[in-house]
Design a protein around this ligand. Structure first.
Ligand SMILES: NC(=O)C1=CN([C@@H]2O[C@H](COP(=O)(O)OP(=O)(O)OC[C@H]3O[C@@H](n4cnc5c(N)ncnc54)[C@H](OP(=O)(O)O)[C@@H]3O)[C@@H](O)[C@H]2O)C=CC1
Ligand SMILES: O=C(O)CCC(=O)C(=O)O
Ligand SMILES: [Mg+2]
Length: 736
């Protein structure tokens, strides 16, 4: 009897992981097709999403269906099995660059700011637009034993931490999101309206309806623009006084409404003298500093040469007067304040801490930095890690414990879902939240420019999160800490729920506690230094921060994380690593045909996906594929076949070859499935006999530029050729 074919979705994304896919997906397809598994590609890349959302003026050939919407629906299907690679969460400058590239390639898509209606349509594509749609479950991220052991035996380089390091975090002391938050749990189902009431009592409805379920936690808060600007000024003065770099760490991509505004205020305070002097011209040009100082450079090319020279001289004078900015690319003069998506807090703070508290200055030298993280909700965590490193020195990857994370994120939980409920006050007045009976739920006095934000966390995801935490603590016999601060309004509501829901589980013998993020960080680090593991059970933002922070310190990168999202409807979403799409890697690939992207995350996600398929669809061949892939990944780690950072050895494509070789060898060696054994004995033999020639063909072009025909929409034929350069390997794979 032939079994029905099962589908695994493999997402088409952007930048480095997209390049890796050109090499790896044909291999996966070849290995799985005899097991009734079809690997289906769905395009969630930035370019793909633009094309899907703006079919208006495209030819039939160019049009594409909305794959993200299709996958969003699929998450509700118990049979869903999706492997999700990291995609770009685009800032406005990235979105504009992608639009420009598409237009140059003959796609008649509109400009971002062509009209209010078009900008509104683009807002669906802006920032973190994919993950909240697909993440219909909570998050379970950890370093598997084999990966952790590999890191202990092959420790990555850690920068030295000195006791007198001047590196520190600067955060606000009042009038931030943390200090202003109000929260409530809905007793019954309800619907709330958000409105702005001006000083004359006129109401403007900002969002007419937000349906709420019984048991749902909602909270609202504001950030005072005045207090934020004062904070930036104080931090600027402090960095100057201490003679350290100044850096800003926000999440302008994931927090796509609030954080670009906060980024913009930093630019406006740092470049105050420049902006005051040229205010009229900048207004006339339409410069938007929320897009970074880079936005001004864009317009500078459009004005007359004398004026441009004058402004450039004024910019130089600012750099002379103000503290030195941390650099993104010193060769190109790109600073931390250039583009809001270049320095993203989840990856930027850990990389700085891994490097001994240093960032890069304009002379390509490392220096201490004052790291501005305005809001106190999460800033103290990073400060605690820095304090610990100053006191006790750098952590030691050879001995340190691990910090798996169980994160609340389903149904757009917490700040993750705040995009359509975040507003900047257009004037002085009040922002009110009222329920359907006209009762006031929250009210905030606001001044012009203040940022208001409302968040939701539904009860079912919270229950699921508590259950996942208990399960993980039990399975790994590891203490778990809920990172919740009773002094924060939202967390106080969650603490009540967690305390209640924990009673529904057998926690006998488990060590489960609730601590403030600050205390949890200290405790976790203490245990870590003793080689002990501690599960961090966190809300959505700390999920994001912790799953880069601890892996980057433990493993050197969060690319090696196993990252599973058990979908609440029974399906599985398997994310690859916990990091991003590594734009720097593409630049290196184009310059020297060397792709240092590590696909370990993809290997682990694939094994987890195959295992899920085996269990959910009763496919024993999938189980054999999963088990053998797991073993192959172990051998891959033991033999250290990950790409190095620099040219000189195999890169991503070479690492795929070795994984393929080991996987085929494991399939040939197993005795659970005779058909797979017979099929892969031949493959393993061919691969191993041709190892030398294949490796030679794979590294032949290293050091020379490569042409992939685009950035956001690379040319398929060219990229395929660049990513599959070994004819010998291709022949073996294509004839499986
Ligand atoms: N799940 C998702 O969809 C996510 C998407 N993003 C998006 O990715 C983009 C880039 O984000 P950014 O904050 O710069 O973070 P990235 O994680 O992309 O890059 C930071 C650095 O991490 C290292 N790194 C990450 N993944 C790998 C890997 N697989 N192999 C080797 N090294 C790796 C690289 O370090 P080095 O250069 O030192 O080798 C890289 O330069 C943004 O558009 C962001 O929105 C970000 C996070 C998650
Ligand atoms: O959705 C995003 O913008 C990024 C998500 C991310 O960084 C993460 O999940 O770790
Ligand atoms: Mg992250």
């Amino acid at each position: 009897m032939t079994k029905q074919t099962s589908q695994i979705i493999y997402t088409k994304v952007d930048e480095a992981p997209a390049l890796a896919t050109y090499s790896f997906l044909p291999i996966i397809r070849a290995f799985t097709k005899s097991s009734n598994i079809e690997m289906v590609s769905k395009d969630i890349s930035l370019a793909g999403r633009i094309i899907a959302n703006f079919p208006d003026n495209l030819t039939d050939d160019q049009k594409m269906s909305d794959h993200l919407a299709i996958l969003g629906e699929l998450t509700q299907d118990p049979n869903a099995n999706i492997i999700k690679l990291p995609n770009i969460s685009a800032s406005i400058p990235q979105l504009k660059a992608a639009i420009k590239e598409l237009q140059e390639k003959g796609f008649n898509v509109p400009n971002y700011d062509e009209s209010e209606e078009i900008t509104k349509r683009y807002s669906k594509i802006l920032g973190s637009a994919v993950n909240p749609v697909l993440r219909e479950g909570n998050s379970d991220r950890r370093a598997p034993g084999a990966v952790k052991n590999y890191a202990k035996n092959n420790p990555h380089r850690m920068g030295e931490w000195k006791k007198d390091s001047k590196t520190a975090v600067a955060h606000m002391q009042k009038d931030d999101f943390y200090g202003s938050e109000l929260s409530a749990t809905m007793e019954k189902e309800n619907d709330v309206k958000i409105s702005f009431i001006d000083e004359n009592g006129n109401e403007k409805v900002l969002k007419a309806s937000t349906p709420l379920e019984a048991g749902e936690v909602i909270d609202a808060t504001k950030m005072s623009a005045k207090a934020l600007q004062e904070f930036y000024q104080e931090a600027i003065d402090e960095a100057k006084k201490k003679d350290v770099l100044l850096s800003l760490h926000l999440k302008a991509t994931m927090m796509k409404v609030s954080d670009p505004i906060m980024f913009g205020y930093a630019v406006k305070v740092y470049f105050k003298d420049l902006i005051e002097k040229h205010k009229e011209l900048f207004d006339e040009l339409g410069v938007n500093f929320n897009n970074g100082i880079g936005d001004l450079y864009y317009y500078l090319d459009k004005i007359d040469a004398d004026k441009k020279a004058e402004i450039e001289a004024d910019i130089a004078a600012i750099y002379e007067k103000q503290p030195r900015l941390a650099m993104v690319n010193s060769h190109k003069g790109i600073t931390n304040l250039h583009v809001p998506s270049d320095v993203i807090i989840d990856a930027s703070m850990p990389a700085m801490i891994r490097g001994g508290g240093k960032m890069w200055n304009a002379n390509d030298k490392e220096e201490d930095t004052l790291a501005m993280i305005p809001d106190r909700c999460y800033a103290t965590t990073f400060q605690a890690v820095i304090d610990d490193c100053k006191e006790n020195g750098a952590l030691d990857p050879k001995t340190m414990g691990s910090v798996p994370n169980v994160g609340l994120m389903a149904k757009k939980a917490e700040e993750y879902g705040s995009h359509d409920k975040t507003f900047q006050a257009e004037n002085n007045g009040t922002i009110k939240v009222t329920d359907k009976n006209g009762n006031e739920v929250f009210s905030f006095d606001v001044e012009k420019g203040d940022i208001f934000r409302m968040c939701q966390a539904k009860d079912a995801p919270i229950q699921d999160w508590v259950k996942l935490a208990v399960t993980r603590a039990r399975l790994s016999n590891t203490p778990a800490i809920f990172w919740l601060d009773e002094n924060r309004a939202h967390d106080a509501q969650l603490i009540k729920k967690v305390t209640e829901y924990l009673k529904q589980h057998d926690t006998n013998g488990l060590d489960i506690s609730i601590m403030t993020p600050l205390e949890a960080t200290k405790k976790t680090l203490q245990r870590m230094r003793k080689g002990l593991d501690t599960i961090s059970v966190t809300g959505n933002v700390l999920r994001d921060y912790n799953t880069d922070l601890f892996p980057i310190l433990e493993l050197g990168t969060s690319a090696k994380m196993l990252s599973i999202v058990p979908l609440m409807k029974g399906g599985g979403l398997f994310e690859t690593g916990a990091g991003g799409s590594a734009p720097k890697h593409v630049q290196q690939f184009v310059e020297e045909s060397y792709l240092r992207w590590d696909s370990l995350g993809e290997f682990m996600a694939l094994a987890a996906s195959l295992e899920h398929l085996a269990n959910s669809q009763d496919n024993e061949k999938a189980r054999v594929l999963a088990n053998t892939l797991d073993k192959a990944t172990g051998t891959f780690l033991e033999n250290d076949k990950s790409p190095a950072r620099k040219l000189g050895s195999i890169d991503n494509r070479g690492s795929h070859f070795y994984l393929t070789l080991y996987w085929a060898q494991e399939l040939a060696a197993q005795n659970d499935d005779a058909e797979l054994k017979a099929q892969f004995e031949k493959v393993a033999k061919e691969l191993s006999e041709n190892e030398e020639i294949i490796v030679k063909e794979l590294v032949e072009n290293h050091g020379k530029p490569s042409d992939i025909g685009g950035y956001y929409l690379p040319d398929d034929t060219k990229t395929l050729a660049a990513m599959r350069p070994s004819a010998t390997l291709n022949n073996i794979i294509d004839s499986i």
